[in-house]
Design a protein around this ligand. Structure first.
Ligand code: PEP
Length: 248
């Protein structure tokens, strides 16, 4: 039985004081019995939010990390820096990072290895553009992205990862995938994991849907066979995040 995960991606929103206030109000209301709830916050908010949620079971996540341990990488953050502040989850390969910061599948693979080595739970994002969906290559595209992301990752590490299927056309657009489209894509990913690692590993790995999830659509999406929760952007910095986490 896979425990659901509902991770909020705050993106570049909220100062440390705003984030701490929001987190302190929301975190105690989240029921973490059925789902792991996670706040993936900006780097500058990590310490303040860690303090705000320390008496709760809500997990703390970052939105990126670097794949090296140290060095001349101005503006970057290592896995060890995150771990020391209490971060336990990290988003890797979000489509906004792929698009605006030219993050490649190879970089995603290196970051995934580094996150696992450090003991972080990686939330690896994959997803097709609208053109790719229209060209009918969604399944091929997802298979390629997941294959490259997981190159060299051994089977025993795979259930420690979380994969987020996020169709780019649904992110921040208010245009949500249908339950069937989301299920179909998540099933493609699970099928690939079965081919690469075997059924047991594939069945033990959480696959999320992300893209305009809100309090009205979350329950039905998360009820689909291969959807084990969600990666939530816009609605994660609103009080409705409570309903998304607690709603089933
Ligand atoms: C995201 O940031 O991963 C996301 C899915 O955003 P939104 O929920 O706003 O579409």
């Amino acid at each position: 039985m896979r425990k659901k995960v509902v991770a909020g991606n705050w993106k570049m929103n909220m100062t440390p004081s705003d984030g701490a206030k929001f987190a302190a109000e929301l975190a105690p209301k989240l029921n973490t019995d059925n789902a792991e709830a996670v706040f993936c916050v900006p780097y500058t908010d990590i310490a303040a939010v860690a303090e705000a949620i320390k008496e709760t079971n809500v997990g703390l996540g970052a939105q990126n990390l670097h794949y090296e341990d140290k060095g001349a990488f101005t503006g970057e953050i290592t896995a060890a820096m995150l771990m020391e502040l209490g971060v336990r989850y990290v988003i890797i390969g979000h489509s906004e990072r792929r698009e605006y910061y030219a993050e490649t599948d190879e970089a995603v693979n290196k970051k995934l290895k580094k996150a696992l080595e450090a003991g972080l739970t990686p939330i690896v994002c994959v997803g097709e553009s609208l053109i790719q969906r229209e060209q009918n290559i969604t399944a091929d595209w997802l298979r390629m992205q997941v294959r490259i992301a997981f190159l060299g990752i051994p089977a025993e590490a795979v259930p420690k990862t979380v994969i987020a299927y996020e169709p780019i056309w649904a992110i921040g657009t208010g245009k949500v995938a249908t339950n069937e489209q989301a299920q179909e894509a998540c099933a493609v990913i699970r099928q690939l994991l079965t081919e690469l690692y075997g059924k047991e590993t594939a069945e033990a790995t959480r696959i999320l849907y992300g893209g305009s999830v809100n309090a009205d659509n979350a329950k039905a999406l998360f009820a689909m066979d291969d959807i084990d929760g969600g990666l939530v952007g816009g609605a994660s910095i609103k009080p409705e995040f409570e309903k998304i986490v607690n709603g089933y």
